[in-house]
Design a protein around this ligand. Structure first.
Ligand code: FAD
Ligand code: SF4
Ligand code: SF4
Length: 477
C-alpha cells in the first residue's frame, strides 16, 4: 500500500474554494480557485487505493487515477503529471469541465459512506502545475513519416487525434471553419467554466509540435471532401453537431427569440475581444432584460449563467420535468441557483407573446405521467394551468442534431444513422469509406469532451495501424 493514503476517514472532501456568488455574477472568470499544494496533497491522500478502482473504470479515458492520486499525495507531482497525460490529451480541461459527479467521482467507492475523492480538481491541479513548471513540452517525434492525415474539426476529438498521430511522426493537417482552435471548448463552453487561455496554450503546443492548422477552412466549401481524401493518406472527421433543435409555437417568428449556441458564441467572442454586431445592437445581449431559457441540459445552464453575468434583470429556466429528472449536471444547477437563476420546474412553453418582439412566454404546468419505453416518466400538461412569464429575450436550448454530412461533403456513399450521425466501427472508428474515420459528437450525437478525446485517441491508434500496414504493403510490392 502506498504511503500517506486512506485519509478519507479523518479528512473531509473539499473542493477548491468557490468564489462568492455575488462576485461571480460580475465577471466571466472561472469560479473555482486552484488548490494550494498542501490541499491537493491532502485531498489526494483521501483515496483508499482500491484494488478494482471503479473511478478508473468509469472514466472514459480510463485515467490511472489511484496511481496519480498516490503520487500527488507523496509530493511526486512531475511523475503524477507524466502518468496523467499518458491517457488524456487535455487533462486540465477535463479536470475543469467533466461532469465528475456522473463519471469518476460518482463511481468512487468511498462515496457510499464518505464523500468521494475530489478527482477532477486534483487532475486540474497536477496539469496546471505542470504548465507552470514547464513540464509540458511540444511533441518531438523520433522519426518523421511521409504519410499525412487530414483531421476535419479542431474540437477536442480532432485535437486528441492530431496529438496522438503527431507523436508518431505523421504529417497532421487540421482543417476548421472557425478562426480559432478548440471547437465548442472556445465558442460553446463559457469562460466561467473554462477560461480561453487554457485552450489557446494547448493549440499553441500542438502547433509548436508540428501540427498544421488550416483555420477559416470549411470542408465542403473551401475544398471538397474528395479533394482532402485525394491529398491525404487518411481522413478523420471530427466536425461535431451544430443543427439546433427547434420548437414551433405560436409567435415563434417574433424578434428576441434566439438559439442557445448563437447566444453563447456571441458572448464568447465578445469575451475574446471580437466585435459582434448582434451583441452591440442588443439582440444577443441580456443586459437589463427579462430572460427565459427553455431547456434543462448543460447548454441551458450555460445560457442562464451567461445572462446573469451580462446583467439581466431576471433569468428564468423553464424545464418540463423536475430537478431530479433534468439532464444537466446537478453541480451546475446549484451554481446557477447560487448566482440568482430561478428554475421553473415542470413547465413548458405554449406560445411566445408580443407584436414584433417577444414580451412574454405563455407557459403551462406539467406533471410527470407514466414512464415510456425508455423508462422516463412522460411530462403531461395540467389543463387550465397556463400562465404568462414576462420575457424580452427567449433562448432555446433544446439540443443539437448533426447536419446532413453526406450532402455537405457531396459524398452520398458515407453511411449515417437514422439520426444523421456518422456510422463508425465501434472498435476501429473507421466509417464505411476506406481510410475515413469519424470521432466525437458527429458519431455519438451531442456528448462530452472526454468522450470526444477517447474517440480521437482510439481513431489515431487505428489510423496508425492502417497506415503502417499500407506502407509495409507498398514496400513489399
Ligand atoms: P466540436 O467541439 O463541436 O468541434 C467540431 C469542430 O469542427 C468545430 O470547431 C467546427 O468549427 C468544425 N467543423 C464543423 N464542420 C466543419 C467543416 N465542414 N469544415 C471544417 N470544420 C468544421 N462537455 C463536457 O464534457 N463538459 C461541459 O461542461 C460541456 N459543456 C457544454 C456546453 C455547451 C454550450 C455545449 C454546446 C456543449 C458542451 N459540452 C460539454 C459538450 C462538448 O463541448 C462536446 O461534446 C465536444 O466539444 C465534442 O467535441 P468534438 O470534437 O466532437 O466537436
Ligand atoms: Fe474524471 Fe474526466 Fe478526469 Fe476521467 S477525465 S478522471 S472522468 S475528470
Ligand atoms: Fe480512490 Fe475512489 Fe478511485 Fe477507490 S474509487 S481508487 S477510493 S478515487
Amino acid at each position: 500500500m502506498s504511503k500517506n493514503m486512506l485519509k478519507f476517514v479523518s479528512l473531509d472532501k473539499k473542493m477548491p474554494e468557490k468564489r462568492e456568488a455575488a462576485l461571480r455574477r460580475e465577471d466571466f472568470q472561472e469560479i473555482y480557485d486552484e488548490f494550494s499544494s498542501q490541499k491537493a496533497k491532502e485531498q489526494a491522500s483521501r483515496c483508499s487505493q482500491c484494488g478494482i478502482p471503479f473511478c478508473q473504470v468509469h472514466c472514459p479515458v480510463q485515467n490511472n487515477i489511484p496511481d496519480w492520486l498516490s503520487l500527488t499525495a507523496n509530493g511526486r507531482l512531475e511523475e503524477a503529471y507524466e502518468m496523467s497525460q499518458a491517457t488524456n490529451n487535455l487533462p486540465e480541461i477535463c479536470g475543469r469541465i467533466c461532469p465528475q459527479d456522473r463519471l469518476c467521482e460518482g463511481s468512487c467507492v468511498i462515496e457510499k459512506s464518505f464523500d468521494s475523492v475530489t478527482i477532477g480538481a486534483v487532475e486540474k491541479y497536477i496539469t496546471d502545475t505542470a504548465w507552470e513548471k514547464g513540464w509540458v513540452k511540444p511533441n518531438a517525434p523520433r522519426q518523421e513519416l511521409d504519410q499525412s492525415v487530414a483531421v476535419i474539426g479542431a474540437g477536442p476529438g480532432g485535437l486528441a487525434a492530431a496529438d496522438e498521430l503527431r507523436k508518431k511522426g505523421y504529417q497532421v493537417h487540421v482543417y476548421d471553419r472557425y478562426d480559432r482552435v478548440g471547437g465548442l471548448l472556445v465558442y460553446g463552453i463559457p469562460s466561467f467554466k473554462l477560461e480561453k487561455d487554457v485552450v489557446e496554450r494547448r493549440a499553441k503546443l500542438l502547433a509548436d509540435g508540428g501540427v498544421t492548422f488550416h483555420m477559416n477552412f470549411e470542408v465542403g466549401k473551401d475544398a471538397s471532401f474528395a479533394e482532402l481524401r485525394e491529398k491525404h493518406d487518411a481522413v478523420i472527421i471530427a466536425m461535431g453537431v451544430y443543427k439546433a433543435r427547434d420548437i414551433t409555437l405560436p409567435g415563434s417568428g417574433l424578434g428576441g427569440i434566439v438559439p442557445a449556441l448563437q447566444y453563447l458564441t456571441s458572448s464568447n467572442r465578445v469575451g475574446l475581444g471580437d466585435t459582434v454586431a448582434e451583441f452591440d445592437s442588443g439582440e444577443l445581449n441580456a443586459e437589463g432584460k427579462n430572460v427565459v431559457v427553455i431547456g434543462g441540459g448543460d447548454t441551458a445552464m450555460d445560457c442562464v449563467r451567461t445572462a446573469i453575468r451580462q446583467g439581466a434583470k431576471s433569468v428564468k429556466c423553464l424545464y418540463r420535468r423536475d430537478r431530479k429528472n433534468m439532464p444537466g449536471s446537478l453541480r451546475e444547477t446549484t451554481n446557477a441557483e447560487e448566482e440568482g437563476v430561478e428554475f421553473v420546474w415542470l413547465s413548458a412553453p405554449k406560445a411566445f407573446l408580443g407584436d414584433e418582439k417577444v414580451n412574454g412566454v405563455k407557459a403551462i404546468e406539467m406533471h410527470l405521467g407514466i414512464a415510456d419505453s425508455t423508462g422516463r416518466q412522460v411530462p403531461v400538461e395540467i389543463k387550465g394551468s397556463e400562465h404568462n412569464i414576462p420575457c424580452d429575450l427567449a433562448i432555446k436550448a433544446l439540443g443539437f442534431d448533426p447536419e446532413d454530412v453526406p450532402a455537405l461533403f457531396d459524398e452520398p456513399a458515407l453511411e449515417v444513422s437514422r439520426w444523421g450521425t456518422i456510422q463508425a466501427d465501434p472498435v476501429t472508428a473507421m466509417t464505411n469509406l476506406e481510410g475515413v474515420y469519424a470521432v466525437g459528437d458527429i458519431v455519438r450525437g451531442a456528448s462530452l469532451v472526454v468522450w470526444a478525446i477517447r474517440d480521437g485517441r482510439d481513431a489515431a491508434a487505428s489510423v496508425d495501424t492502417y497506415l503502417a500496414t499500407a506502407s509495409q504493403k507498398s514496400l513489399a510490392s
